[in-house]
Design a binder for this molecule. Structure first.
Ligand code: 5IU
Length: 259
């Protein structure tokens, strides 16, 4: 069984500045919690992020669900990222041919390449999607996660598809920093695993989302980061909920370290 590394050791082994910084933040703030910030009003979203900022290592955005997007939102989000020390992950799930994703990543209304530290991509188009995204000059030396598995019921990212995705990651480590997955797929300490579909109790929603607990995800399945949305922003006290997920996620990691 491979030895589980602490976040500081992991940071030292990472040649990519984004993963290095991520593991440094995780070590310093003792958190493996990513907030899935899926609110549609920018003022409410910024308030949520400011309140939960101390407990998280990443804010994951869906920038295209904001009803009132503006450059000012990006400015304020970036200020909060500096203030609280977290990375910004735009969950855009690029999934087109290389030439198209170049424009989707760098252009349009959102100019994601100007502000995101992390993006993600489906591998269904083949390696061209990675080649395209990689060509774009970015502000923050953005790293890409490949969607190797999904949390939703009946999804097709399984078996050979998942394995081919792992291979694509290993072959593109200058840009690919890891996976969205619901299990540990690679022992390479430079590749980070992030898992959505997390609540304090197992269960599901009405539209196919399936929830696992922090200890299932981190201790048993060997993922690195829990991604939590409704478990935090629909709680009566989101800051307190974030603190609970931080503790649950970190305790689950310590349990894996000391197993
Ligand atoms: N998300 C998933 N499952 C996936 C992928 C992304 O839930 O397989 I790839 C996103 C969708 C949503 C967040 O933004 O993660 C989970 O939100 P809830 O914690 O509210 O279910």
């Amino acid at each position: 069984k491979p030895k589980v590394l602490g976040y500081r050791e992991r940071a030292k082994l990472c040649s990519n500045p984004i993963t290095q910084r991520l593991f440094e933040i995780m070590e310093k703030k003792r958190t493996n919690l990513a907030l899935s910030a899926d609110l549609t009003d920018s003022k409410q979203l910024l308030q949520l992020i400011d309140k939960t900022g101390p407990y998280i290592c990443i804010v994951k955005t869906h920038i295209d669900i904001l009803e009132d997007f503006s450059e000012d939102f990006i400015e304020k989000l970036s200020q909060l990222a500096s203030k609280h020390e977290f990375l910004i992950f735009e969950d855009r799930k690029f999934a087109d041919i290389g030439n198209t994703v170049v424009h989707q990543f760098s252009g349009g209304v959102y100019h994601i390449s100007n502000w995101a530290h992390i993006i993600n991509a489906h591998t269904v188009p083949g390696a061209g999607v990675i080649q395209g995204l990689k060509m774009v000059k970015t502000q923050n030396g953005c790293g890409c996660l490949l969607i190797a598995e999904m949390s939703s019921a009946g999804n097709l990212a399984t078996g050979d598809y998942t394995q081919a995705t792992v291979k694509m990651a290993e072959e593109n480590k200058d840009f690919v920093i890891g996976f969205i997955s619901v299990s540990n797929l690679s022992p390479d300490p430079e590749l980070v695993h992030m898992t959505p579909g997390v609540q304090l109790e197992c269960g599901r929603d009405d539209l196919g989302q399936q929830y696992l607990t922090p200890s299932e995800v981190i201790t048993r399945r060997g993922s690195d980061v829990i991604i939590v949305g409704r478990g935090i922003y629909q709680a009566p006290d989101p800051a307190e909920a974030a603190r609970q997920f931080q503790v649950a996620g970190y305790d689950a990691f310590v349990a894996r370290l000391t197993e």
